[in-house]
Design a binder for this molecule. Structure first.
Ligand code: FES
Ligand code: FE2
Length: 363
C-alpha cells in the first residue's frame, strides 16, 4: 500500500464475490474492482459508493482478514485465530549479510519435504552414494563431503521443533554435527548452515499437492566485506530438464527427485519404517500432538507472543568437518549454482577465508 503497510484479506469480495486480486490498492486498504466497495487492512468495509449513506449496512460488512508484515525482505502473513502471535524473528532473516533466495513450485505435499528434514541417512546415500554414481556414469567429480558414513544419529525435541545430530565416520561426539546439530523448525522450516552460509528452508503448502519451496540463504563470512542489500536476490531454480526428467546432478535437485517421486501425497500405509526413520516417527507424533492442541484452543509449539529482536537457532559451524571446501561445494554443487550471485558469493567466501588465515598467522 502507498502507506507502506501490508494487509491480507479473503480473496472474494463480501458484496457479490468478485476477486479482490483485481482490486485497486488505496492508502488505507483495497477497493473492489466490481462496484468499488472499499475495505481497510482489518477487512472492515469503509465505503459502499452505490449505497450512499447506509452506514448501518456498511458497518455490518467485514471481509476475513489476517495480519501481514515484512521481515528479511519478504512479506509474511498470518491467517488464523485472533489474537495473532508474533512473527518469530529467526536469525537468518534478521542478521546482516548477503541474501539470496532460490525457489521452485513442486508438485507434492509439503509434509514429504518436512519428513526429509529428520532423515539424516539420506545425505550419505542420496547426496553421497547416488551423487557419486551419477558422477562416475556421467563423467563429473561428485563432492566428497556428503559421502561419509553415518555411525550414529539422534533426535531431540526442543522448543522450536526437533534437533537432529549425527556422528560421521572418523568423527566424534565433540564435532559440531553431534554437539550442535541443526533443527527442523516446526511446522514448515528447516535451518541448515556451516562456514557462514546460513539457510532457512521454507515449505509453503499452496494446496495438498503443491508446495512452494524456498531456500533463503544468508552469506556472512567472518572477515568478509559486502555491500548492504535493499532486499534479497530471488531466482527460480530448475529441477526438471526439457524431457521432463529430474535434474539430479546437484544436491537440492536430488532432494526434489526424492520428494516428488514419492507421489503427490505418499501413501504411508505402503511404507516400511525402520530404526533409521526414528526422526520421521517423532515428527509425525509431534504433528498429531500439536493438531490436538490447536483443536483444544491451545498454542502449538513454535508460537511466540512476546516481542523479541532475534531468535538464534542452533546450527553447526563446521559442517561435516569439511572446512571452507564446504562453501565452494555448497555454492557450486547445490541450487545456488543457479544464483545470479554465484560468482560474487564464491569470491566473498574465498577472500574472507584468505583474510581470516592472514589474521590468524599475523601477517
Ligand atoms: S462484488 Fe465487490 S463491490 Fe460488488
Ligand atoms: Fe537432502
Amino acid at each position: 500500500m502507498p502507506s507502506g503497510k501490508y494487509g491480507i484479506i479473503g480473496e472474494h469480495c463480501p458484496h457479490r464475490r468478485a476477486s479482490l486480486t483485481y482490486g485497486v490498492v488505496h492508502e488505507d486498504g483495497i477497493r473492489c474492482g466490481y462496484h468499488g466497495w472499499r475495505f481497510d487492512v482489518d477487512g472492515q468495509c469503509i465505503e459502499q459508493p452505490a449505497e450512499a449513506d447506509n452506514e448501518n449496512f456498511r458497518n455490518r460488512v467485514k471481509a476475513k482478514a489476517g495480519v501481514a508484515e515484512t521481515m528479511g525482505g519478504m512479506v509474511w502473513v498470518y491467517v488464523g485465530p485472533s489474537p495473532a502471535p508474533k512473527l518469530p524473528r529467526f536469525d537468518v532473516f534478521v542478521l546482516d549479510g548477503v541474501r539470496e533466495v532460490g525457489y521452485a513450485t513442486l508438485e507434492c505435499n509439503w509434509l514429504q519435504i518436512m519428513e526429509n528434514s529428520v532423515d539424516p541417512h539420506h545425505v550419505e546415500w542420496l547426496h553421497g552414494f547416488y551423487f557419486n554414481f551419477l558422477g562416475q556414469t556421467q563423467g563429473f567429480e561428485a563432492p566428497k563431503s556428503f559421502q561419509k558414513k553415518h555411525m550414529k544419529t539422534a533426535f531431540d525435541e526442543f522448543e522450536w521443533g526437533i534437533i537432529k545430530r549425527r556422528v560421521l565416520e572418523g568423527h566424534s561426539e565433540a564435532d559440531d554435527d553431534w554437539a550442535i546439530g541443526h533443527p527442523l523448525v516446526f511446522p514448515f522450516y528447516m535451518r541448515v548452515g556451516g562456514q557462514w552460509i546460513d539457510q532457512m528452508q521454507i515449505r509453503v503448502p499452496i494446496d495438498d499437492t503443491t508446495t512452494w519451496k524456498l531456500f533463503y540463504t544468508l552469506h556472512h563470512p567472518e572477515a568478509g566485506v559486502w555491500e548492504p542489500q535493499d532486499r534479497p536476490v530471488f531466482y527460480e531454480f530448475p529441477y526438471k530438464d526439457a524431457n521432463g526428467e529430474f535434474i539430479t546432478d546437484y544436491v537440492e535437485g536430488q532432494d526434489v527427485m526424492a520428494w516428488v517421486s514419492q507421489g503427490p501425497i505418499v501413501d504411508r500405509s505402503l511404507e516400511h519404517l525402520g530404526r533409521s526413520d526414528a526422526g520421521v516417527a517423532m515428527l509425525r507424533k509431534m504433528f498429531k500432538e500439536n493438531m490436538r492442541k490447536v483443536a483444544n484452543g491451545e498454542d502449538p509449539i513454535g508460537t511466540i507472543r512476546e516481542d523479541h529482536e532475534v531468535i538464534h537457532l542452533p546450527c553447526e559451524r563446521d559442517k561435516f568437518g569439511a572446512g571452507t571446501a564446504f562453501t565452494d561445494q555448497w555454492i557450486t554443487g547445490g541450487s545456488m549454482r543457479y544464483s545470479p550471485l554465484k560468482e560474487e558469493l564464491l569470491h566473498l567466501h574465498r577472500t574472507a577465508a584468505i583474510a581470516r588465515e592472514r589474521a590468524a598467522s599475523g601477517s
